[in-house]
Design a protein around this ligand. Structure first.
Ligand code: AMP
Length: 286
């Protein structure tokens, strides 16, 4: 990958970022934005590639958003490796890295937040009741700070994609949302910053989620269309594995996140498991 190393600018303040980006916009540059929480891996870097193709100034944010973590979740232990991330972002062609502090984004605890509605209620929303409200609130703030023409998200967090697309549509954000397919390890495990927490046997068990989802897709390709039958095929692979707790496995519409009874091409299978102290999610599109 070609390096544009010397051009990366790291900015931590909102005022300075706005000034830099207004100047770029005035010069006719199209801003493509990649929001992340850092601990970058190849999945994040692929979002940068898409952003570079879609715009001519790539802004990446790295901000571990406290609002989307519930008390007792992994906010404190979430990996923070800014020096490493800066190097990777630079090498992959990010122009501006926005690295605000918690105080810069939440000088005061927000009184007004963005509610995800029904799409955010089930699945991840059940397990993590404030999660999508926290996600949408920070994404809305970042959109208003960066004012991108294009924002790039990963299919890895498919329910997040659905709530973000709904927010952009319903609140009239003037930008286009692009979605990048899931980048996986050679053994199928979806890349995730949380994979760093998996040690030895846990790392092996974690691959069972993608294996179950691939099996479901294979069964669909073989002609099975009943969601309950497809879910049962995957569920059998996840139950009774010591050290792994399946949380959900379901066929849903990717726009509404409502469960479907009969699966059509374009629908999604979503799954979540817990391995040790780590919660992992994954999905496939039929
Ligand atoms: P995160 O830093 O986990 O909040 O993720 C930032 C963005 O990267 C989100 O849009 C994620 O969906 C996306 N992402 C994370 N993992 C992957 C992956 N394995 N493949 C593609 N995109 C990903």
């Amino acid at each position: 990958m070609a390096s544009t190393a010397s051009s990366l600018q790291t900015i931590a303040g909102i005022t300075e970022l706005r000034a830099t980006l207004s100047a770029a916009r005035a010069a006719g540059r199209r801003i493509a934005f990649v929001p992340t929480m850092g601990a970058l891996h190849e999945g994040h870097l692929t979002l940068i590639d898409t952003a570079r193709a879609a715009g001519d100034l790539v802004v990446m944010s790295i901000f571990v958003n406290p609002l989307q973590f519930a008390p007792g979740e992994d906010y404190q232990r979430y990996p923070r490796v800014l020096a490493e991330d800066t190097l990777l972002a630079e090498q992959r062609g990010v122009d501006v890295l926005f690295t605000p502090s918690r105080e810069e984004i939440y000088g005061q605890t927000p009184v007004v937040t963005v509610h995800p509605g029904n799409i955010g209620k089930e699945w991840e929303g059940t397990a993590r009741p404030q999660h999508f409200e926290g996600v949408l609130t920070v994404v809305a703030k970042l959109f208003n700070i960066v004012e991108p023409a294009v924002a790039v998200f990963g299919q890895k967090d498919l329910q997040q994609v659905a709530v973000v697309k709904a927010m952009v549509r319903d609140l009239d954000f003037p930008l286009e949302v692009l979605v990048v397919p899931i980048v996986r390890e050679a053994d199928g495990l979806a890349m995730s910053s949380r994979n760093r927490f998996l040690a030895g046997k846990e790392r092996e068990l974690a691959t069972m989620l993608s294996k179950a989802l691939f099996k479901l897709r294979g069964t669909f390709a073989g002609g099975e269309r009943r969601a309950s039958a497809l879910e049962a095929v995957g569920w059998r692979m996840l139950e009774r594995l010591p050290g792994l707790t399946p949380r959900y496995l379901a066929a849903v519409s990717p726009a509404t996140f409502q469960r479907v009874n009969i699966v059509q091409p374009g629908d999604a299978a979503i799954g979540a498991i817990r391995v040790g102290d780590t919660r992992l999610i994954d999905n496939i599109i039929f």
